[in-house]
Design a protein around this ligand. Structure first.
Ligand code: KIV
Length: 292
């Protein structure tokens, strides 16, 4: 979790339980460099120590402690019921897991519903809880009113990932899990919001369920902010999937943008490595199957 190897990291870091081939820690400058060079950024969600450590060992660049844990871990029907304290607990778990291995993955934690809406000051207090739990970056949903919140956090040294398109915390207002940014007016609004978020300092932007042509155009325009797609086509700077979806642990019907990477693999680590390889070589997602 630092520029030095785990063995020489100070402040009481646990020795690695399973030493693996060292790789350089993923940092903001490295992510920016990947985006500039056109190397695709890989991201999976993680909620606990073991899966985080396995994902790190599989070479995943970024782990998102997503508030999707409300559905995946807590059995809620949406992310709206997830609390800041729950996010802190899972972020700490993920970070401890990473410390048991290489600890090289970039960790992003979701600010949950209600933890940043009231004021920029509340957003700073909530973000501080997640940063002190070990996150490197926080993610928040929406554009427009969030722009000044992003600026406020970034100015205070907190890296921010924004999230546009299908924003699950507002699923009730959006009327369901459906594609966003379709049509001239909606796509122009999304584009305006994305550019404003970049100007406010957002270093990453998750684009969820957005038409592939729009996300490719945004990726081209946003030179200081790496777009990470989920159901947004192959033209983004990186890809994210919910871990349980890509491992086929879903009793319902997987969304169209998911591929089950367990197929043909004999371990979770191999499935995650297959995800990394497919994103890096551009074979996932396939716009004819996984995009709109
Ligand atoms: O909470 C989450 O897992 C997310 C991803 C779907 C991007 O926000």
């Amino acid at each position: 979790m630092s520029e030095t190897s785990p063995q020489t990291t100070p402040y009481g870091t646990l020795p690695p339980a399973s030493p693996l081939a060292p790789r350089k820690p993923v940092s903001l400058p490295r992510l920016h460099d990947m985006r500039t060079r056109g190397e695709k950024i890989t991201m999976l969600t993680a909620y606990d120590a073991t899966f985080a450590a396995v994902a790190d060992a599989a070479g995943v660049d970024c782990l998102l402690v997503g508030d999707s844990l409300g559905m995946v871990c807590q059995g809620l029907s949406s992310t709206v019921g997830v609390t800041l304290d729950t996010m802190r607990y899972h972020t700490e778990s993920v970070v401890r897991g990473l410390q048991r291995v290489q600890g090289t993955t970039w960790v992003i934690a979701d600010l949950p519903f209600g933890s940043y809406h009231e004021s920029r000051e509340l957003a700073l207090r909530s973000a501080s809880v997640l940063m002190q739990a070990g996150a490197h970056m926080v993610k928040l949903e929406g554009g427009g009113w969030t722009t000044e919140t992003v600026r406020f956090l970034v100015e205070r040294g907190i890296p921010v990932c924004a999230h546009l398109g299908l924003t699950p915390q507002t699923v009730h207002a959006l009327g369901g899990y459906r594609v966003q940014g379709r049509g001239d007016a909606a796509s122009e609004r999304l584009r305006t919001e994305a550019l404003a978020l970049q100007d406010a300092g957002a270093a990453m932007l998750v684009l969820e369920m957005v038409p592939a042509t729009l996300s490719a155009q945004l990726t081209h325009e946003l030179t200081r902010c790496a777009t990470i797609g989920i159901g947004a086509g192959k033209g983004t700077a990186g890809q994210v999937l919910v871990m349980h979806d890509m491992l086929g642990i879903n009793l319902g019907k997987n969304p169209k943008f998911v591929r089950n990477f367990m197929t043909g693999q004999d371990s979770v680590r191999a499935a995650m490595a297959a995800f990394v390889a497919a994103v890096k070589d551009g074979s996932f997602p396939d716009d004819s199957l996984h995009a709109w």
